[in-house]
Ligand binder design. Structure first.
Ligand code: HEM
Length: 483
């Protein structure tokens, strides 16, 4: 059988020159218009199969998930200190153990138990935003529930020491572990042995830095929880629950080691993604003020202004869910998902998808910007998720969380965190363009960073209470009144 169609490769480098390295998802989507939904391409020695449609992604990665649940072997994983990371583990016993332990904590009914903590975090976010709106990026970050639910640790608002370390590691890894970068290193692994002062070898220094940060983050945060567990006041968290259950088991050592790695993975996979989605949300609210006003009018009419919204209001606020879905569609955090790898040869639609080292890239960006499904896809239009009878459509943007057995394990937790943060922020604040010294709006270009996971680059914005009477004391009172 032939390989799927794709652009003709150059000798040695393959298709590397035809790819927009800042936004490869755009190149792959353009190729899709010529070659179809399933494309074969080669970057140096790396065989890559790109999937541009949700239908094909589901047919392969969900209905044949026993074949498509591996991860490519990246020469960068070990030098960057990432061997512990569930996301990059090969399809095998360690990954299965990680997944089982995570599933126990994050399956839909277990995720419900985090709701009070998620609401509390959303309240803290409001208080922090009213106190210092200019630091909104720090507040979005420290507002994550993951540090408290996983480690029992409450990050300080502002620049929390643990979060700073984790941020630095995550940033380097997201930029340098892209399949396009990994393809170069996989082909020329000796590049990683050049000293970092050698021209062009900045990457080497970055690998050493990432390794240091990763070690610090895996060990120090875990030690924090182990020490804190001895204190009578320590509230249970995922680690303390798992460690107590494992006590006395013959495999307690193995479970403790796995928990340490899972906890670090959950933070890496969960906090950054949630924060990035909230950044996209704020960007959209500023660029589409009519959407913001419609949502606020709905909140006022359903919830009123004497209390804050809570999860019981969710069903009555479909437009808020439509905004959440549109946020995830408009600028997906993982435009190229996280690559999978095949563990057997496969034949699909008359084409061979080879086992030998094939990297499978679902182009989530292309799925989210399919003009047949989402006309004017570059515009932010939550109404596309509202049916004629006013209810939500069936399109839950599941593809933004990946596919099959490797699909996101934290999606229920992410969904509730995002909904509560977005809805509560809209209830209290108006998001608008910042003004310059002459009182004119400062334009926002909405540019995104590049990497495996992307977010809008920092932009100036004005975050002010919607009501002139609202201040920190009144907000604290409103939170108390909301129970
Ligand atoms: C807006 C928030 C989030 C988005 C958009 C998101 C998206 C994704 C995507 C696209 C993948 C790759 C799936 C695949 O390979 O097919 C993934 C994997 C993963 N996600 Fe999430 N995620 C989010 C939040 C979270 C949270 C809150 C957690 C944990 C608390 C989490 C934990 C994980 C883990 C552990 C994996 C790796 C699964 C594996 O390799 O088996 N994610 N996520």
């Amino acid at each position: 059988f032939p390989l799927p169609p794709g652009p003709p490769p150059l000798p040695v480098v393959g298709n590397v020159t035809g790819i927009d390295t800042e936004a490869p998802w755009l190149s792959y989507a353009k190729w899709g218009a010529v070659y179809g939904d399933l494309i074969y391409t080669r970057l140096f020695s790396q065989h890559i199969v790109v999937i541009n449609s949700e239908k094909v992604a589901k047919a392969l990665m969900e209905h044949r998930s026993h074949i498509y649940s591996g991860r490519p072997v990246f020469a960068t994983t070990e030098p960057y200190g990432m061997c512990f990371n569930t996301v990059l583990l090969p399809y095998g016993p360690s990954w299965r153990l990680h997944r089982r332990l995570m599933h126990q904590a994050l399956r839909p009914d277990a995720a419900l138990t985090y709701r009070p903590a998620q609401l509390q975090k959303a309240h803290d976010l409001l208080l922090n935003l009213i106190a210092s709106p200019e630091n909104y990026l720090d507040h979005l970050h420290s507002g994550s529930t993951i540090m408290s639910t996983v480690y029992g640790y409450e990050p300080a608002s502002g620049k929390d020491a643990f979060l700073v370390v984790i941020d630095k590691a995550t940033q380097i890894i997201s930029e340098d572990l892209r399949p396009e970068v990994a393809a170069i290193i996989n082909t020329f692994p000796f590049l990683l042995r050049f000293p970092s002062w050698f021209p062009g070898m900045r990457m080497n220094g970055r690998a050493a830095e990432a390794r240091r940060y990763a070690k610090d983050w895996v060990e120090t945060t875990f030690q924090y929880t182990q020490q804190a567990m001895a204190a009578a006041t320590f509230a249970p968290c995922m680690i303390s629950d798992a460690m107590r259950k494992a006590e006395g088991n013959s495999d307690a050592g193995e479970l403790t080691e796995a928990m340490k790695h899972i906890a670090a993975t959950m933070f890496m996979a969960g906090a950054e993604t949630t924060q990035s989605t909230l950044r996209v949300f704020i960007l959209a609210m500023i660029l589409y003020p009519e959407v913001q006003e419609r949502a606020q009018a709905l909140i006022d009419s359903i919830v009123g202004t004497d209390r804050l919204p809570n999860f019981d209001d969710r069903e009555s606020l479909p437009y808020l869910d439509a905004i959440l879905r549109e946020t995830m569609r408009w600028r997906p955090v993982f435009p190229l998902c996280i690559p999978h790898a095949t563990t057997e040869d496969d034949i699909y639609d008359g084409y061979l998808i080879p086992k030998a080292g094939s990297t499978i890239i679902p182009n989530i960006w292309a799925m989210a910007h399919d003009e047949n499904k989402y006309p004017n896809s570059l515009e932010f239009v939550p109404e596309r998720f509202i049916a004629a009878d006013g209810t939500l459509t069936d399109d839950r943007i599941e593809y933004a969380f990946g596919f099959g057995r490797r699909g996101c394990v934290g999606k229920h937790m992410a969904d509730a965190s995002l909904w509560s943060s977005m809805t509560l922020m809209l209830a209290i604040f108006k998001f608008a363009k910042a003004k310059d010294a002459n009182g004119n709006d400062i334009d926002i270009d909405g540019r995104m960073c590049t990497g495996v996971a992307i977010h809008p680059l920092p932009f100036p914005c004005s975050i002010t209470p919607r009501s002139l009477e609202m201040n920190a004391d009144r907000l604290a009172e409103l939170i108390r009144a909301s129970g």
